[in-house]
Design a protein. Structure first.
Length: 288
């Protein structure tokens, strides 16, 4: 699996520092560990999966330990994207027992959340059972943690949609309702207005009905988002879009419905649940 280097994103290391500061407070205190663990005490611990999962966040957890104490030796045993069984060791850390305990919860918070997203994404991709259909994430992410969660989607075999408002235009229902109240050029005029302002960006248009789609297609958007449509209607829309634009199915997609939707011929299926509803996976740090 060819994954990007998540630690190369400047905001990632900033978020790690912020998370540690949140835990330690302004005076950088661990008032449990410091009285109980001698300053020079050395120890080794393993970060272990307690459940079957797909790993995401190994480099982030490693970076947390190194941010607390550069002298810690952290060895990752498996790569992100790997399928783990309960009991598998994810990484091993050796050095100051104090430093290990200070970093423990922050490292776990990141890796448990990220592994949860990756594991749920993997289930959706497997259930779709169609390599020609991309399973996309959305902007329904935890504020300030989007880069972590979207990276985790990649670890689970999914595909990133736009990162934010800045990199792809998405004309959704509220945009179009406002446009219709203030302009008489219809959906095609809305698409063209965006293209005129940002000619180098992809333009995606949300439609709810076949009639809306027929109205919009002369503007040749790059993508159309087919919202809350049945597989039967999706098939008809895919035919209309053939040779014109790519198609994305969206709206209330579940593990029970994704396979039939994937059979409709759409290019992609977006699932907000990948990030907004993924449960954390149980991982723990055990002394060796």
């Amino acid at each position: 699996m060819n994954l990007p280097d998540i630690l190369s994103v400047p905001l990632v290391k900033q978020r790690i520092r912020e998370a540690l500061a949140e835990d330690l407070g302004p005076k950088k205190l661990d008032i449990t560990t410091f009285p109980l663990v001698p300053k020079g005490k050395q120890a080794t611990a393993n970060l272990v999966a307690r459940a079957d999962c797909v790993l995401a966040g190994g480099p982030v957890a490693q970076a947390v330990f190194k941010e607390v104490d550069r002298r810690l030796y952290v060895s990752r045993c498996v790569e992100d994207g790997a399928a783990l069984r309960a009991g598998d060791v994810v990484l091993s850390v050796a050095g100051s027992a104090r430093s290990i305990l200070v970093a423990e919860r922050t490292a776990l918070n990141f890796i448990q959340r990220m592994t949860g997203v990756a594991s749920l994404t993997c289930r959706y991709v497997a259930e779709a059972n169609n390599p020609d259909v991309a399973v996309l994430d959305t902007r329904k992410t935890t504020p300030t943690l989007r880069m972590f969660e979207k990276y985790s989607v990649l670890c689970g075999g999914g595909t990133n949609h736009r990162m934010g408002l800045h990199d792809r235009a998405m004309l959704k229902d509220n945009h179009l309702a406002y446009w219709a109240e203030n302009n008489d050029s219809g959906l095609c005029g809305a698409v063209q207005a965006v293209r005129n302002k940002y000619p180098d960006r992809l333009v995606e248009l949300e439609v709810d009905t076949i009639e809306q789609l027929r109205e919009a297609l002369p503007s040749k958007p790059d993508w159309v988002l087919l919202d809350n449509m049945s597989p039967l209607v999706l098939r008809e829309c895919v035919k209309l879009c053939d040779g014109v634009c790519k198609t994305e199915a969206s709206g209330g997609i579940t593990l029970d419905t994704i396979r039939e939707i994937a059979k409709s011929g759409v290019d992609a299926i977006s699932v907000g649940a990948l990030t907004h509803s993924a449960p954390a996976v149980d991982l723990a740090l055990d002394w060796v």
